[in-house]
Design a protein around this ligand. Structure first.
Ligand SMILES: *Cc1c(COP(=O)(O)O)cnc(C)c1O
Length: 378
């Protein structure tokens, strides 16, 4: 670790640094869409769908308005109905469980594995035994690391449940050599600006290997019409804009470099922090092979609030993803959960802190952040 003596600013996210070098390309893409007069779906969306399908190794990808909508459309395509249960973890972004309620179903929570922050397959096996209408299982690949999919798939097969991957944070991640979002029945991606592949606004995509699902998804996003004004289902209005698709097509070319930068920074954090005798917890490697894409680099920090304030005072951005486990949210009170029901999720919510990890960080930036953490606990 190099000693960085001057104070510096290390923001959690630096979109200008990401966009400045490719500004001309982005402007050319946006201009092309303006001139084309095709603003919704259109050629850019088709081409992006094709590229993302290739990138994630699935035959079908269907663009939509957001990652949240991708989850909703996936459940609608899978036939999730009112009265059904969808099993997921309570330690995730709100949309995971919110979309389940939007689909008319009931979220049934399963605690996380504290090493990966993702669904604990053993807990899933126990919970699903006492869940009568377990129509779907929705594992989340939180922070860009994959959930342990093989045992989850096996449990799903036993119970004839559909597996919908919430891959909002995990584009490019891999599980035992398989692409995230290609492992379950349906996979969902978000292009929210803070994701590794972020647009200039909202956007999302649904991925599947199944032609039937693909056809239904393509209809559901346009009010369930398989052909204009002929409706097989009641769908929603959830389309991807051509402007977003054009921007995302440019940015997709740089996604592997972005991921490599994040992995490099994660390695440097580990090297700096592992042997420093700090009371913090570093991201733990999973017990199975994965390619982690570090949408977030998350430590467990004693006296977290004070550390966050200390970092802020010293110019370093950090964030808590997420401060309250979903089973404790006011809006889910009627699900009947109590404090203590999911101890690992609750513990994570008390301890986690995300550090800057984006590819525009320099080695000095990472060293400076580490230095500030060491100084705080000294
Ligand atoms: C971002 C996110 C979503 C929702 O995506 P939006 O595009 O913001 O609607 C869903 N699940 C997880 C885990 C996310 O991080």
């Amino acid at each position: 670790m190099m000693l960085v003596s001057e104070k510096r600013k290390v923001p959690l996210l630096d979109l200008p640094a990401l966009h400045q070098p490719i500004r001309d390309e982005l402007l050319a893409a946006v201009t092309r869409v303006i001139d084309s007069n095709a603003f919704i779906l259109g050629e850019d969306v088709k081409l992006l769908e094709k590229s993302i399908a290739q990138y994630c190794h699935v035959p079908y990808a269907i663009g939509c308005a957001s990652g949240s909508d991708a989850l909703l459309l996936a459940m609608m395509a899978a036939g999730v109905e009112p009265g059904d249960a969808v099993l997921t973890t309570p330690f995730t972004f709100f949309a995971t469980a919110g979309s389940i309620v939007q689909a008319g179903a009931t979220p049934v929570f399963v605690d996380i594995d504290p090493a990966t922050y993702n669904m604990d397959p053993q807990a899933l096996a126990q919970t699903i035994r006492r869940t009568p209408r377990a129509r779907a299982i929705m594992p989340v690949h939180l922070y860009g690391g994959c959930a342990d999919m093989d045992p989850i798939l096996e449990i799903a097969r036993d119970r004839a449940s559909v597996v919908i991957e919430d891959g909002a944070q995990s584009i490019g991640a891999e599980y035992k050599g398989r692409s995230a979002q290609s492992i379950g029945d349906i996979g969902c991606i978000s292009f929210f600006p803070t994701k590794n592949l972020g647009g200039f606004g909202d956007g999302g995509m649904v991925l599947t290997q199944d032609e039937g699902y693909a056809r239904k998804l393509a209809a559901l996003r346009v009010h369930g019409a398989h052909q204009k004004y002929f409706h097989d289902w009641v769908g929603v209005n959830s389309r991807l804009d051509s402007l977003q698709a054009a921007v995302l097509r440019v940015k997709l070319q740089y996604l592997d470099a972005e991921t490599a930068g994040r992995q490099r920074n994660a390695g440097r954090y580990r090297k700096n922090l592992a042997g420093a005798g700090l009371p913090i917890g570093l991201p733990q490697p999973a017990s199975y092979q994965t390619r982690h894409i570090y949408n977030q680099f998350v430590i467990r920090a004693p006296r977290r609030g004070q550390l966050k304030a200390w970092l802020q005072e010293n110019g370093v951005g950090s964030e808590i993803y997420y401060p309250l486990s979903l089973h404790q949210q006011v809006c889910f009170r009627d699900l009947g959960y109590r404090e203590g029901d999911f101890p690992e999720s609750e513990k994570a919510a008390r301890e986690v802190l995300a550090l800057p990890i984006h590819s525009a960080l320099t080695e000095q930036d990472v060293d400076y952040v580490c230095q500030q953490i060491c100084a705080f606990y000294a």
